[in-house]
Ligand binder design. Structure first.
Ligand code: MOS
Length: 702
């Protein structure tokens, strides 16, 4: 066979698949149940592990009473700190030094409610669960502290503050208009439909793992380090993933499965319960944010000060970087921002969709709306008067910045021009009506990845890359990218993903997955074209070319690279009950080349729905007495249901990253950014009252 050579070496691909709607390649398998998730793949001789977690918030384990449980039907073993194999804790993982949460059963200390204390192994999941429920663990408790506040004595500035204090205070003092407001967001959780599950077994001297995660090479690497194995001795696969959102990094379930498989010398599966997800897979810290804006009477910003506080655990620092949101949004004369952290006896927070930007945009974009009100200027006009030439902190130019184009097109589609700016004046029966808007931004990044492309003897092509499709349609997006690069129909491209044996690749995270993987696929196709142009003929077993994008990504110029967006919302507020109903939302985005409009739209809408849910519903309540959650399940943790979701629309303006081979910027997270602020600003417009504490519950509205 021959492959056309030629036009893909430059910027942009040539075929035309990219940019056209395509249903998910695995869609049929998913809806028919043929697609197997990590907890469903059958294995012979499979044993089941049920995790037991601490019921106390701080202290140490004094006894694990295993005798009674070991006598129960089907029980094989109980692992705990007194008998578990030792793990290596001295290594650098994806986020620096080893995560103490992954050091399961290595000591008797308990740093928070829901800490792993024992794993009951049995022949069936039911037997494991019954025995786990029966296991008695005794503790010596210490006083705990789970009360988050910005005045907590342990609060510390997590990093050097950006910008000058004196300069900012001076600019604020000489501003004609000042907004000084305190915003709060509660603890929030990301719960994928598919809970965390992993199967591990030893197979011919290799540890083989079937997991649900966002990046199989990273999980494989971490397991190799934890168990002191050669990197080649671990294989992790994660073919179908039922949602991730940052929750599916390397989490304790996979370490437990590997540990148990080693001890029992047979395959073991561990599936976390919904309740266990509340303490073992990360979450979004609560935040308190003080935003001060100073402006001239015409709305020109003189000062922007954003001080954000979040919580972390007593044993690992994770910072919800809310204060960073304003770094490239506006061009104040003086800018100051800092993130502060309060260590508490709580689980370690982690990445949750748009970490930092989601709560940070709520505070800053509400404050900007308040400033517009005080100045008597339309909030879109106020933003346009404060467009920066360059990043406020970095001074770097933007790769492209189409924020105002998003506002213009969004305002047109939403009907913003007809808006009466006065709050609290539109009434429809018992409903007060209002509209609001907010800006969105999320960084556009790319990370080195490897990929291989094989020209098969039958004229098809197989792409192999350790990408993860966490439900976003990444597999399909890569097929479109590969088809264009190869200049063949999408049907001739086969995409194999999520197998650590394919080599290192970026995780599905940071809105960087598709961009990073597409780049590697394009370079692998280029390498294949070169092989074929050099006279390579396709042997029966196929001809393969590989690429590693480390060099080309390392050569990228320094710029402020971001996706931008404009969010719009219309709400109705029931004056008799305080209930807020969102009537419609529109998000317009400038987020680089859109690879698959069908799944991209879903991705944007998913983020916007989450923002609505954040604005009105979500709130994990921690009980001070026990240190645990009140209602740690999807009944107690209130999320937006279908009935809460109105007419939603997402669109995009032309935007490409000129330095990216496809023009991609990344769309994973920006949908949620600014959406809660748009809803909150609409609630103000409806009622005339500012709601600065999320969620905007009926009792707060009344
Ligand atoms: Mo995400 S919070 O980029 O996994």
């Amino acid at each position: 066979m021959t492959v056309a050579t030629g036009t893909t070496a430059g910027n942009r691909t040539a075929g035309g698949a990219v940019g056209t709607a395509h249903t998910r390649l695995e869609g049929r398998a998913k809806v028919t149940g043929a697609a197997r998730y990590a907890g469903e793949v059958p294995f012979a001789e499979l044993a089941h592990g049920q995790l037991v977690v601490s019921t106390v918030a701080r202290g140490r384990i004094t006894a694990v009473e295993t005798d009674a449980v070991l006598a129960m039907p089907g029980v094989l073993d109980v692992l705990h700190h007194g008998n578990a194999p030792r793990l290596n804790g001295d290594y650098a993982g994806m986020l620096g030094k080893a995560d103490p949460l992954l050091q399961v059963f290595q000591h008797e200390r308990v740093p928070h409610v829901g800490w792993p204390v024992a794993l009951v192994l049995a022949e069936t999941p039911e037997q494991a669960r019954e025995a786990a429920d029966a296991l008695v663990v005794r503790y010596a408790t210490d006083p705990h502290d789970v009360a988050f506040s910005e005045t907590h004595p342990a609060a510390y500035g997590s990093d050097a503050e950006t910008g000058g204090t004196a300069e900012t205070e001076q600019a604020l003092a000489s501003s004609a208009v000042v907004v000084d407001a305190r915003y709060t967001t509660p603890e929030e959780h990301h719960h994928p439909m598919e809970p965390h599950a992993a199967m591990a077994r030893w197979d011919g001297g290799r540890l083989e793992v079937v997991d649900t995660n966002q990046g199989s090479t990273f999980v494989a690497d971490e397991l190799a380090k934890l168990f002191s194995l050669d990197a080649e001795s671990v294989r992790v696969r994660s073919e179908h993933v039922g949602g991730a959102f940052g929750a599916k990094a390397t989490r304790p379930h996979v370490v437990l499965a590997a540990m148990a498989a080693t001890v029992l010398n047979r395959p073991v599966r561990v599936v976390l319960t919904r309740r266990q997800l509340f303490s073992l897979v990360g979450y979004r810290s609560p935040t308190v944010q003080r935003v001060r804006l100073g402006a001239d009477a015409d709305g020109r910003l003189r000062a922007l000060d954003h001080q954000a506080y979040c919580a972390t655990s007593s044993f690992r620092e994770f910072i919800e970087r809310s204060a960073d949101f304003g770094r490239v949004m506006y061009g104040p004369d003086a800018y100051r921002a800092q993130n502060h952290v309060v260590p508490l006896d709580v689980p370690t927070p982690s990445f949750m969709r748009a970490p930092g930007e989601a709560p940070g945009s709520f505070a800053l974009e509400c404050a900007v709306d308040e400033l517009a009100e005080k100045c008597g200027i339309d909030p879109i006009e106020l933003r346009s008067r404060n467009e920066p030439e360059a990043g406020v902190v970095s001074g770097l130019p933007f790769s492209s910045r189409n924020l105002l184009a998003c506002f213009e097109e969004g305002a047109r589609r939403f009907g913003w021009a007809e808006r009466d700016p006065r709050p609290g004046v539109r009434r429809e029966g018992r409903w007060l009506l209002g509209t609001g808007t907010a800006a969105a931004r999320f960084p556009s990044g790319v990370a080195p990845s490897t990929a291989a492309v094989t020209a098969e003897a039958d004229g098809t092509f197989t792409v192999r890359i350790t990408a993860a499709d966490v439900g976003t349609g990444a597999r399909t997006a890569l097929a479109l990218v590969a088809a264009d690069a190869l200049e063949v129909a999408t049907e001739r491209v086969r995409i194999r993903i999520a197998d650590s044996d394919f080599g290192p690749a970026m995780v599905a995270g940071g809105s960087m997955g598709t961009r990073s993987w597409a780049w590697a696929v394009i370079e692998a196709v280029q390498a294949l074209r070169e092989k074929l142009a050099l006279g390579g003929t396709v042997p029966p077993q196929g001809l393969t070319a590989r690429a590693d994008t480390g060099a080309s990504i390392g050569a990228l110029s320094q710029k402020e690279r971001h996706s931008f967006g404009a969010q719009f919302a219309e709400v109705a507020v029931d004056v008799s009950t305080g209930e807020v109903r969102v009537r419609r939302m529109l998000g317009m985005f400038a987020a680089g080349k859109i690879v698959n409009p069908l799944t991209a739209r879903s991705q944007f809408l998913g983020g916007m729905i989450w923002g609505l849910s954040m604005a009105l519903h979500e709130e994990a309540v921690r009980d001070g007495a026990t240190g645990g959650h009140v209602g740690a399940d999807l009944a107690g943790y209130h999320i937006a249901a279908h009935a809460d979701i109105p007419q939603l629309e997402a669109g995009w303006v032309d935007d490409v990253d000129e330095d990216d081979p496809v023009g991609i910027k990344g769309i994973g997270e920006i949908g949620i950014v600014g959406s809660a602020a748009a809803v909150a600003n609409a609630v103000w417009h409806a009622t005339g009252v500012r709601h600065r504490d999320l969620p905007i519950r009926p009792d707060r509205v009344l």
